[in-house]
Write a protein that binds this ligand. Structure first.
Ligand SMILES: Nc1ncnc2c1ncn2[C@@H]1O[C@H](COP(=O)(O)OP(=O)(O)O)[C@@H](O)[C@H]1O
Ligand SMILES: [Mg+2]
Length: 272
């Protein structure tokens, strides 16, 4: 296969349509999104569509705007321009359908709070900030901890856990939210192999339950095993589509420029 042309899918009437043509009620759609912290945009005029019942990876070099894109998708940082739709509705009206797991390095782990507290934070939208957690919600928080193998650590201070354990707790909090769209920022960064397997199992289960998972992902060697869909970014959108169509040598080259060796690229993308 040559990687030069944009992959296309033949429509029923024979016209070629872009592979990104998807229903406008897709879990996450960005149109012309630009975000800037200073003079230079971190994310520039990005269009993207993340499909339902899929695991999607956001891929790009350090500083490419991946975390910024996720935060924009959450509606927690202001954008200069553009629109974001979650399941066909403006983000401002649909935020409660999203669960977010931040990049671990961006969290202050010294704050004095227990594992159980962190998971219960995921439930506050259901009870209101001043509401009391009912027994059934507390049971649900415990079940989510159990799902990620952290039930025995409920009363531990979060700062006393290993990186992998902290990441499991944040995943448990996201599960407790019972969301339809899961946004995760480098969920596998700095975790041990057992935690990586535990996390991917949970994410695959979410997918089989019909939810959409979108994760910033830095390990190119696992993209094919873990994901269905990729979005490649370097400030601007480089490419998007199914792993098969869009995770190509040419697109990786365009995304990383000279930062990946040619031999490395060949190993990663489509064989032959
Ligand atoms: N809070 C911030 N204030 C100023 N600049 C920022 C901030 N967050 C990120 N940036 C800058 O925006 C660009 C994109 O950052 P980021 O979205 O974190 O990239 P990535 O997650 O792809 O590594 C980088 O140049 C980064 O330095
Ligand atoms: Mg980042």
């Amino acid at each position: 296969m040559t990687h030069m042309e944009q992959p296309t899918i033949a429509a029923e009437d024979g016209r070629a349509t872009a592979p990104t043509a998807m229903p406008s009620d897709a879990p996450l759609v960005l149109r012309g999104v630009t975000v800037s912290y200073g003079e230079k945009p971190a994310v520039f005029s990005v269009d993207a569509t993340f499909p339902a019942r899929s695991m999607s990876a956001i891929i790009g070099p350090n500083g490419a705007g991946k975390s910024t894109l996720l935060k924009a998708a959450l509606g927690v940082i202001p954008r200069l321009s553009g629109e974001i739709h979650i399941f066909g509705r403006p983000i401002e009206k649909t935020r409660e359908r999203i669960a977010y797991v931040p990049q671990r390095a961006s969290v202050d782990w010294d704050f004095p709070t227990t594992v159980m507290d962190v998971v219960q934070m995921g439930l506050y939208r259901k009870v209101g900030l001043l509401g009391r957690l009912s027994g059934s919600l507390r049971g649900r928080a415990r079940a989510c901890l159990d799902r990620v193998g952290m039930a025995d650590f409920a009363h531990r201070q979060i700062g006393q856990l290993s990186g992998g354990q902290q990441q499991r707790v944040f995943l448990a909090r996201a599960l407790a939210q019972d969301a339809d769209l899961y946004l995760l920022d480098e969920p596998f960064a700095g975790v041990d192999a057992a935690t990586e397997v535990a996390i991917i199992d949970v994410l695959k289960l979410l997918k089989t339950q019909g939810r959409a998972v979108v994760a910033v992902h830095h390990d190119l060697s696992t993209v094919r095993d873990y994901f269905d869909h990729v979005f490649l970014i370097n400030v601007r959108r480089i490419a998007e589509g199914s792993v098969e169509a869009a995770f190509t040598t040419a697109n990786l080259q365009a995304t990383y420029g000279g930062r990946l060796a040619a031999t490395h690229l060949d190993e990663l993308s489509v064989a032959g």
